[in-house]
Design a protein around this ligand. Structure first.
Ligand code: ADP
Ligand code: MG
Length: 926
């Protein structure tokens, strides 16, 4: 059989690995007598010694035996626990960047201290990843005793923390936190505008506890930060009144003669490229109108640094009112929310493109023009999958009780090998065969009967369910039967951990969904040490009384512990199989810890979804063949096996889904890396002159090539067009035509060189006036903001593309290939637009003083960081989406209707009832 053959190979690889690890264990054990003789200070001093040796070039691998021996000795002193040999095995596998499979109660928390300490010696930080905040805090405090004893610092990273607190947590040698929080911090660090605002300091080594939950169950949903970038509603509405006041010029002026204008006006239109250019007269008029409206100070120009966004809005309004026509480019329709909305019409097919929006503020400008509610767009600001986040670490490791069934996925997707660590003491749990009934009713009756018998005997039972609905059904049934019990459904992690800790007391019945009380093992007879710990806080007792009480409690526990053991240990009862064998194994693994006895049984019926869909027919035919009477269950190896094969089918389907998600995300991931790298370079660079010069060169090359193609001759050139665009759009006066006339022979290359040289010269002039050192922060902010806005629009575009791409299937195209190709193209456009926008802003901005520049830079930074309704979407522990909303609204203002926004005069009281003038409240221009 191929399967046993494979297991043999896999098994023998595991054995071989363990064998080499065991040699190191011998070394560690040999060090013990020596380290026992050291006093506390000498032991602690080892930490510094190790650090020095690393600085001197020694490798972590070379230090492993000594470091592990020091941790074990420290643990004996600080925690009264001595690492078992199997924990040393687990620790080595973690250090080697693998997954250690160790059952519940094997002490994975303590195991991880070994590689955590060793790797923290480099000073580069080690992240321990837990499934919830409760476990992060618990484990950090619990293991913190050991780390601090050895002279290491430990931090906890929690969602509610301030930036400073987070920075402090990340600066520690060791940091504990959840996967969500690490991921969100990473994303947020790539949204800041100042290096000092980052909280993380590199991703060095992560150990993920319950690694299967995090890298498999939760990997179905990405982390998403979304929100509304600045609300410009009032600005769009104001600009909408400006646009109609400007008139279109008829005819084009010939740059050589200045003739050709039929009727002078404020702007010209280029229908082909859908662009608007303001004429000189247009600039003056626009400045006058805007200053009358109070939008710009009198005497200021459109090119002042403070007015950058204003120009942007003005152009959007002009395009909306003169280039985009109702019922041709868009329609106005009833929207889902009741009000009207703008829907784009595809220019080629005439189809309505619901949900899609124009970028660069155009959509909002059209909304303002049509008097439709201006939608404050909720944009994805940043997003990443866990797969791609955790692949960023230089080294990754994980631990769980149940990795083996998913070993293939771990290795395929994360390159993580699974090591099966033998238990400290072999479990004595008996896993009984499934019992399958014909109907749900019979199934529940049988399960309840079993629970009742356990309870009457005094044997503790854990009833496992895969959903809250199912646990409610059992809860109701037990209430009806008057059987005392407790229900946990993973809502209050801390309290449930306490309850689960006592779930092994005689006669206890505990219903729990698979996540409840996670990370806490069930001790037969209950967890007496937890109760004794609580005694320490009781002030009504003195030390002697406490000691006496503790002794009494321990004696009582020993009796109950023995009692539960004779009754068969913890019994696990379940009324459904999960889609994944791994989750069933997690449940079973709750019983039989550290050599305990115990048992487990699944009660199923032909009506269970998994049975109905995958295994029902087969099991039913077995039942029929065996001529089973009603009310009786079938219990046979062949049934359990066919259920297992059904689970395998579902598992592999789910694996495919995750792989798909990843394949799509890989495209965005590569692009995200490029963008984040650029952002980091921009933030870290002392000077941006070189970077900006190369953007400028690219930008003017593209521009020139539109008029003077590569390897073309003079007859093909549109020099007049090039001169016009340089002058009107870029404020560069370059007499190209004259140059060509006077020069003997000019090639297209010569023209290009001239244009670039002129652009460089204009910029150099500006720098010389204001001083490069004054300019750099402004450049930085312009670059960052441009990258950010374009990246966000790109994310929406990708999203839109992914949703629509399956339709391409009809055209016989490979959707994934198509997606990749288009995503690549869109990314190219993103880089181009950012390049052009940045160059334009920096070339055309007019600066009077360095203070003005500083203010403009600050304004951009504030704008960049002012994001409303920040929403964090993360998977819940069951892998579904969960949404966490950070702030209600940015300014706490209730939105007004489009009508209210349009009708209210700037000096009228604001309709929101704030008592302020409209212009100081909702009408405030930003
Ligand atoms: P896991 O995460 O593997 O299920 P935990 O880390 O929660 O297990 O540990 C389970 C229990 O075992 C804890 O109460 C812990 O104190 C205890 N334990 C772990 N390792 C040792 C050890 N080497 N000696 C004594 N007790 C240990
Ligand atoms: Mg644990």
């Amino acid at each position: 059989m191929p399967i046993t053959f494979l297991t043999k190979i896999f098994g023998s690889r595991n054995d071989r690995l363990l064998k080499t690890y065991r040699k190191t264990i011998a070394q560690i054990n040999a060090l013990e007598p020596q380290y026992e003789k050291l006093d506390d200070a000498q032991l602690t001093a080892k930490t510094q010694e190790f650090k020095d040796r690393i600085t001197a070039g020694e490798t972590l691998d070379a230090l492993l035996a000594e470091a592990f021996a020091v941790v074990r000795e420290g643990s004996k002193r600080a925690m009264k626990m001595r690492h078992f040999d199997v924990q040393l095995l687990g620790g080595m596998s973690l250090h080697n960047g693998k997954i250690s499979e160790m059952g519940t109660g094997e002490g994975k928390t303590l195991t991880s201290t070994l590689p955590v300490y060793l790797n923290a010696l480099t000073g580069n930080g080690v992240h321990v990843v837990t499934v919830n905040d409760y476990l992060a805090s618990r484990d950090a405090r619990w293991m913190g005793k050991l780390y601090e004893f050895l002279g290491m610092t430990v931090g906890i990273n929690l969602p509610a923390m301030s930036r400073e607190e987070k920075q402090a947590a990340y600066r520690c040698d060791i940091t504990y936190g959840t996967n969500n929080e690490y991921g969100f911090d990473y994303l947020r660090d790539n949204m800041v505008y100042e290096v000092s605002d980052r909280v993380q300091r590199g991703l060095n080594f992560a150990i993920i506890d319950e690694v299967d939950s995090i890298l498999i169950d939760e990997a179905r949903t990405p982390l998403i930060i979304s929100g509304q970038a600045e609300d410009h509603t009032a600005m769009y509405i104001a600009m909408n009144t400006v646009a109609p006041e400007l008139t279109k010029q008829e005819g084009e002026a010939d740059p050589r003669t200045g003739e050709g204008v039929i009727k002078p006006g404020d702007f010209t239109l280029d229908e082909k490229t859908q662009q608007v250019f303001l004429t000189e007269q247009g600039h003056e008029n626009a400045e006058r109108i805007l200053s009358n409206l109070g939008l710009i100070p009198e005497g200021s120009t459109l090119y002042d640094p403070a007015n950058i966004t204003l120009v942007h809005h003005l152009y959007a309004a002009l395009r909306a009112s003169h280039l985009y026509h109702r019922d041709q480019h868009y329609v106005v329709q009833d929207g889902e929310s009741g009000g009207k909305e703008i829907v784009i019409v595809d220019e080629f097919t005439g189809r309505l493109m619901s949900g899609r929006r124009w970028s660069d503020g155009l959509h909002q400008a059209v909304e303002a023009k049509e008097g439709v509610q201006i939608q404050a767009e909720n944009q994805t600001l940043a997003s990443i999958t866990f797969q791609n986040y955790f692949r960023l670490y230089a080294k990754l490791a994980g631990m769980t009780g149940t990795a083996n069934t998913e070993a293939f996925e771990f290795s395929e997707i994360y390159g993580l090998e699974t090591t099966i660590i033998p238990p400290n003491r072999v479990s004595m749990r008996e896993d009984q065969l499934d019992r399958v009934y014909k109907t749900t009713r019979e199934k529940y009756e049988a399960a309840i009967k079993d629970i009742r018998e356990c309870h009457e005997r005094g044997q503790p039972v854990l009833v496992g369910t895969t959903s809250i609905e199912n646990s409610e059904i059992i809860d109701q049934l037990l209430i009806k039967e008057k059987l005392p019990h407790q229900v946990l459904n993973a809502k209050q992690h801390a309290r449930e951990a306490d309850i689960v800790a006592q779930a092994g007391k005689p006669g206890m019945i505990t219903i729990a969904t698979n996540m409840a009380g996670r990370g806490t093992d069930i001790v037969l007879g209950g967890n007496v040490e937890k109760i004794i710990e609580a005694l320490q806080a009781d002030d009504s007792m003195d030390d002697i009384a406490r000691e006496k009480e503790a002794t009494r409690l321990r004696a009582e526990w020993a009796k109950e512990h023995e009692q539960v053991k004779t009754l068969g240990g913890l019994r696990i009862i379940a009324t459904e199989r999960h889609e994944s064998r791994r989750i069933d194994n997690q449940l079973r693994g709750r019983s039989g810890r550290q050599g305990d006895n115990g048992s487990s049984r699944f009660y199923l019926s032909l009506d269970d979804p998994l049975m109905r869909i995958f295994a029902g027919e087969r099991v039913k035919s077995i039942m029929d063949r065996l001529k089973m009477p009603d009310g009786e269950a079938i219990e046979a190896g062949i049934v359990s096996r066919s259920i297992e094969s059904a689970q395998r089918k579902v598992e592999s389907r789910n694996f495919d889904t995750r792989k798909q998600l990843l394949e799509y995300d890989d495209v965005a991931n590569d692009q995200r890396k490029v963008i984040y790298q650029q952002r980091n370079d921009i933030m870290d660079a002392a000077s941006l002159t070189g970077q900006i010069a190369s953007l400028r060169e690219g930008c003017f090359t593209d521009l020139t090539r539109q008029y003077v193609p590569v390897e073309s001759v003079e007859e093909q050139w549109d020099i007049a067009g090039l001169e016009k665009v340089l002058r009107e759009e870029w404020l560069i006066d370059l007499p190209l035509a004259k140059d060509i006339e006077s020069a003997s022979a000019m090639t297209d290359e010569d023209i290009l060189e001239k244009v670039i040289a002129a652009a460089h010269a204009v910029f150099a002039d500006k720098l010389a006036q204001i001083g490069e050192e004054n300019f750099v922060q402004f450049e930085r902010m312009v670059l960052l903001q441009s990258i950010d806005t374009h990246w966000r629009e790109h994310l929406s575009a990708l999203d839109y593309l992914r949703k629509g791409i399956h339709l391409r299937g009809y055209a016989q195209k490979q959707p994934k290939q198509e997606y990749k190709r288009e995503a690549f193209e869109l990314f190219g456009q993103l880089l181009d637009s950012a390049k052009n926008e940045v160059t334009k802003t920096l070339m055309t901005v007019r600066i009077q003083s360095s203070e003005e520049l500083t203010q403009a830079a600050e304004a951009i930074e504030n704008r960049g960081e002012r994001i409303a309704n920040v929403t964090y979407t993360a998977p819940t522990e069951t892998g579904e989406e969960e949404v966490r909303i950070e702030e209600e609204t940015q300014r706490g203002l209730k939105p007004l209707t489009a009508e209210q926004m349009q009708r209210t005069g700037r000096n009228d009281p604001c309709p929101c009832g704030s008592g302020k003038k409209f212009k100081q409240c909702h009408g405030k221009l930003k």
